[in-house]
Design a protein around this ligand. Structure first.
Ligand code: SF4
Length: 247
């Protein structure tokens, strides 16, 4: 049986598709593939960067970083991309760097996460409740900057991950645009702002500044602002689950 992760690559090549006689059902499974394959080469620049990092940091994860949390979680948090020494090291979104420290502390305070062992750093023993975390681009990009083409290449995975949640929290403008593009919306019609909330079809999209070290240092975001936006997510989630009249 052909593995689903191989299919997403094969599906894009008509010759391969014909030779392998990939059925329509398998094609559907392929395009709804949740996490990218470890060896994904759709972005040559990022695949090359992963190879370089395997030499430089052989103990790191150095592969695409998939969604963390329950695939059916009602809240999905979408960041930009793995950090070189954060998610690219640990293999889990936002785990192990300054962005994660701010986000996880806030998730704990608002009740979207719990941790059994407070001594453990980087969210090591944390479990998420009613929420999952992913990135618009699954591979670490040089200088934290994915190109428009790389965002587009990784969109099928994000699209699959966006099917379940009722509320989506986009961390940063690029993540917001990535989510809007999956829904076929024009980003210019949904201005970015911290705490901005939009109904997009059956989902609610909430925007926040990214909790990056740079944004914290420049005072664009702080603990209180992160708490505020996660509390807004919680309220929207409760309202959606209570029914249309409560929204
Ligand atoms: S960013 Fe996504 S599409 Fe590009 S190589 Fe990594 S997993 Fe593949």
């Amino acid at each position: 049986m052909i593995r689903t992760e191989c299919l997403i690559e094969a599906f894009r090549d008509t010759g391969v598709r014909k030779r392998l006689r990939i059925s329509r059902r398998d094609r559907v499974r392929a395009v709804t593939c949740f996490d990218p394959p470890k060896s994904c080469t759709r972005c040559p620049r990022l695949a090359g960067f992963r190879r370089e990092n395997r030499t430089l940091y052989p103990d790191f994860h150095n592969a695409p970083v998939g969604l963390w949390g329950d695939r059916d979680a009602p809240l999905l948090i979408v960041g930009l991309a793995p950090g070189l020494k954060g998610a690219n090291r640990t293999g889990r979104p936002f785990t192990g760097d300054a962005s994660g420290a701010l986000l996880f502390a806030s998730l704990l305070r608002i009740g979207f996460a719990s941790r059994n062992n407070a001594q453990s750093g980087g969210g090591g023993t944390m479990s998420l409740h009613n929420c999952a975390i992913t990135n618009a681009v699954a591979c670490v990009p040089p200088k934290n900057r994915p190109t428009a083409q790389e965002l587009s290449n990784c969109r099928p995975y994000l699209a699959a991950q966006l099917k379940a949640p009722e509320v989506v929290l986009a961390l940063g403008r690029v993540a917001q645009e990535a989510v809007l593009k999956v829904s076929g919306q024009k980003p210019c019609e949904y201005p970015f702002g911290h705490g901005a909330a939009y109904r997009i079809g059956a989902q609610i999209l909430i925007c926040s500044f990214h909790p990056s070290r740079y944004n914290v240092a420049t005072k664009r975001i702080n603990e209180a602002m992160m708490d505020e936006v996660l509390m807004l997510c919680k309220k929207k989630l409760e309202a959606v689950q209570a029914g249309p009249s409560a929204e």
